[in-house]
Write a new protein. Structure first.
Length: 172
């Protein structure tokens, strides 16, 4: 009887491993399903279509320690629009080494630098935070040289925040 139960458990374990779905995040923070043959597909296109119109792509986002052991944020962004950006506002999320979000006094940062189409620009600022080890920047508003503006809706921003937070929870 024990051999039968052990065999059933082993078969179920092997079967469950074959049916497990693996997820990943693209560079634009779109959740995708990784297939066994090396291909991938979007996890839920209807939920993620809002991410296609972001004006910038975050090329890199890092934190360094300053002399007071506070973190300084360093963000490098790429303008993916055909327009010159004259003002850009990002909301940033800070996480500690355990993947928990760290709430900072300052959550948004406005950058008043011109970024030409396909141009890259770098920004740095003190976060006044000691516990954070990872940063994510979300563009929430952009103003262009032609007078037009782009802004993310609060619903889209919330979805994006949840996607970033869930990427930490899936690693656990």
């Amino acid at each position: 009887m024990m051999k039968i139960v052990a065999t059933i458990i082993i078969v179920l374990f092997i079967f469950s491993m074959n049916l497990a779905v693996e997820y990943a995040m693209t560079e634009y923070l779109r959740k995708v399903i990784l297939n066994d043959d090396g291909t991938w597909e979007y996890a839920d296109e209807s939920e993620q279509g809002f991410l296609t119109n972001l004006p910038t792509k975050v090329v890199s986002a890092t934190l360094t320690l300053d002399e007071n052991l506070f973190r300084t944020a360093h963000i490098k962004v790429l303008n993916v629009t055909g327009k010159t950006i004259v003002s850009l506002t990002h909301r940033y999320l800070l996480f500690n080494e355990f993947g928990n979000e760290v709430y900072s006094i300052q959550e948004t940062i406005e950058m008043n630098q011109q970024i030409e189409p396909s141009g890259v620009s770098s920004f740095s600022w003190p976060t006044y935070e000691k516990a954070s080890t990872k940063i994510h920047a979300i563009p929430i508003k952009a103003e262009f040289s032609d007078g037009s503006t782009w802004a993310i809706s609060s619903d889209e921003e919330w979805k994006l925040r949840m996607m970033i937070r869930s990427s930490y929870r899936e690693r656990e």
